[in-house]
Write a protein that binds this ligand. Structure first.
Ligand SMILES: Cc1cc2nc3c(=O)[nH]c(=O)nc-3n(C[C@H](O)[C@H](O)[C@H](O)COP(=O)(O)O)c2cc1C
Length: 203
């Protein structure tokens, strides 16, 4: 299996990267190939709202967004991590979500995914839900999700509870465990909401 790991924190070596590196090690220890990307190192511009991706399947902006979603398309899974900024994902992560063709292409279909959100105070559960919804609405299986509240710039070792969640999620990825409730929920949302909407927009 190959899994793509994406860090949406502009602060590399922060707590979000620390959790994602721990997920990476856990996956590697299970014989899974991992490619790790820090969004801050990539060139990803804002979505312009031109909707050409709905009509043609391609974005008119040529930068790293298409290259990264192409890598996701050919992988078996995705790990997405973001710090909480104003009770939401970081701007870096939001730009990639807007540009990544996740929902319209059902990019995560048959892929095993883990989400990670960090925060120091309030709103990190909202961040986690945004990432979880993205996975489900894009057709993916949510193998596990991890939220951690920690002081800004914390260099403490990850709590045992977090390490346990990482182990369990990685185990479900390795076992390619599906979740029937998630599949049912996705099928409903896809057939009633997403498919007719995209068909109306596109050619
Ligand atoms: C601009 C900005 C906005 C933030 N907003 C929130 C917030 O709404 N809720 C929260 O719990 N933490 C907030 N934080 C704190 C970060 O989410 C938190 O410290 C995070 O774990 C940092 O991750 P990192 O070390 O990977 O950068 C904010 C931090 C910044 C820089």
């Amino acid at each position: 299996m190959k899994i793509i790991v994406i860090n949406g924190s502009p602060r590399t070596n922060g707590i979000t990267e620390s959790i994602l590196r721990s997920v990476e090690s856990e996956l590697i220890s299970r014989g899974i190939d991992v490619e790790f990307y820090n969004l801050t190192d990539l060139d990803i511009g804002h979505c312009l709202g031109c909707c050409s991706c709905y009509m043609t399947g391609h974005c008119i902006i040529k930068d790293d967004a298409d290259r990264l979603s192409e890598k996701i398309k050919h992988a078996d899974g995705l790990v997405l991590g973001s710090p909480t900024y104003a009770s939401n994902v970081s701007g870096l992560m939001k730009d990639f979500i807007d540009r990544g063709h996740f929902v319209i292409e059902q990019l995560l279909k048959d892929k095993y995914c883990i989400t990670v959100a960090t925060g120091e105070n309030y709103g990190f559960k909202n961040t986690l839900k945004i990432l979880d919804d993205l996975v489900i609405f894009s057709g993916g299986t949510l193998s596990g999700h991890i939220a951690l509240k920690a002081p800004f710039n914390s260099k403490e070792v990850l709590p045992e509870k977090t390490r346990n969640l990482i182990r369990k999620a990685s185990c479900r990825v390795e076992a390619k465990k599906k979740n029937h409730f998630q599949t049912l929920y996705h099928n409903l949302i896809f057939s009633i909401g997403i498919k007719p909407f995209v068909k109306r927009k596109g050619k």
